[in-house]
Design a protein around this ligand. Structure first.
Ligand code: PSU
Ligand code: MN
Length: 304
C-alpha cells in the first residue's frame, strides 16, 4: 500500500517488504518534549534499542510536503535543532503536508502515519490525555480518540501525572480503548511506576498483547490498544517527589495563561528545571524501556 506522499528510508522499506517487525516512533517528543541535544541523542538511542531488540525503527515526521517513515541522520539533526517545527495532531496533519512545512507528529498523528505505512506497533513516552480542569477548559488530547479509531498498538509509560488520570481512564473506557498494564496491576504515571489507580487489564507477555491486537482486527473493531509499561524501577521518580513539582508547574502555567498545544511542552520544560534535570533522565529511561517492549510485540505480531 504505497501512498505517493510517503517517503520510506531504504531500511524501513526493506523491513516492511519482507514482513519483518517494525516499530514506529514519534517526533514531537524530539521537537517539543526534550531539550537539544538530549532530544537527538535520545532519538538515536531509542532507534538503536529497537534494533537491538530485533525490530526496525521508523521515526515519523513531516518534511517538504511528505510523510517520512524513517529519518536519515541528516533529517534527525535538522529536526532536533529547528525552531519553527509545527506540533501536529490529527487536525493539523493535512494542512502541514499541503503547505510543505516541517511538522513533528504527536501520538495521534504518528498513529495515522504508521497505519498508512502498514506499521502496527508504536513506542513513545507518554500519551496525551484529559487535562486537569478539563470540565471548564475542554482540553482533552486528540490522542485518546485516535486510539479508538486507528489500529495501532501504542506502548507508553501510562500518562503523565500533569493530567487528570482518573478522567483519562474514564474517557479511554468510554471510547472502547483497551488499557493494558504490563507487569503490575496499577496504571503507571509516567515518571512514577504507579498512579494509585488500577488498570482495566493486565497482560505481562508481549505475545498475548500481540494476540489481543490481532483479535481486535479479526472482530472488525476499529482502533488500537494502549499498552502501559511502568518506568524501570531504577529510574523512577516517586510520586511524593514529583507531585509537588507538578503542582508548582501547573500553577505557573495557569498564571502565564498557557493553553491548548503549549500546555504539555510548557509543563515538561518547567519540570525539567524544577527537578534539576531528573525528569528528563526518567523520560529517557522509560522511552528506551517502551522501545524494547514494542519490539517484542512487533516480533510476536510478525511471527504469527
Ligand atoms: N509525552 C512526552 N513528551 C511529549 C509528549 C508526550 O514525554 O512531547 C507529546 C506527545 O507527542 C503527545 C502530545 O501525543 O505530547 C500530547 O499533546 P496534547 O496534550 O497537546 O494533545
Ligand atoms: Mn490539548
Amino acid at each position: 500500500m504505497t501512498k505517493d506522499f510517503l517517503t520510506f528510508t531504504p531500511a524501513v522499506a526493506a523491513a516492511l517488504a519482507e514482513a519483518r517487525p517494525v516499530v514506529a516512533l514519534e517526533s514531537t517528543i524530539i521537537t517539543h518534549g526534550m531539550p537539544y541535544p538530549q532530544n537527538i541523542e535520545t532519538a538515536r538511542a531509542v532507534e538503536a534499542e529497537v534494533r537491538r531488540a530485533g525490530a526496525e525503527p521508523a521515526t515519523i515526521a513531516i518534511m517538504g510536503g511528505r510523510i517520512h517513515i524513517g529519518l536519515t541522520d541528516a533529517d534527525l539533526d535538522a529536526l532536533g535543532q529547528a525552531r519553527d517545527v509545527l506540533k501536529l495532531s490529527r487536525a493539523d496533519l493535512a494542512t502541514c503536508l499541503a503547505s510543505g512545512r516541517t511538522g513533528a507528529t504527536t501520538v495521534a498523528a504518528t498513529m495515522i502515519c504508521a497505519h498508512l505505512a502498514g506499521i502496527e506497533v508504536f513506542a513513545t513516552g507518554g500519551i496525551g490525555g484529559v487535562h486537569r480542569g478539563a470540565e471548564t477548559s475542554f482540553d482533552i488530547s486528540a490522542d485518546l480518540r485516535e486510539l479508538s479509531e486507528t489500529p495501532v498498538t501504542v506502548v507508553a509509560a501510562g500518562a503523565k501525572a500533569i493530567l487528570d488520570l482518573p478522567k483519562t481512564l474514564e474517557v479511554l473506557e468510554t471510547l472502547g480503548v483497551p488499557v493494558i498494564a504490563v507487569g503490575q496491576d496499577d496504571f503507571p504515571a509516567f515518571w512514577s511506576r504507579s498512579s494509585g489507580l488500577a488498570a482495566p487489564i493486565r497482560l505481562d507477555d508481549p505475545a498475548r498483547i500481540a494476540a489481543a491486537h490481532r483479535m481486535r482486527r479479526a472482530l472488525g473493531l476499529p482502533g488500537g490498544q494502549l499498552v502501559a509499561n511502568p518506568i524501570p524501577e531504577a529510574a523512577e521518580i516517586p510520586r511524593e517527589v514529583i507531585v509537588p513539582h507538578i503542582e508548582a508547574a501547573l500553577a505557573e502555567a495557569a498564571r502565564a495563561g498557557i493553553a491548548a498545544k503549549e500546555v504539555t511542552p510548557f509543563l515538561l520544560d518547567r519540570l525539567f528545571t524544577l527537578t534539576g534535570g531528573r525528569s528528563l533522565d526518567a523520560n529517557i529511561a522509560l522511552v528506551l524501556s517502551n522501545a524494547r517492549l514494542a519490539a517484542g510485540i512487533a516480533q510476536a505480531l510478525s511471527t504469527a
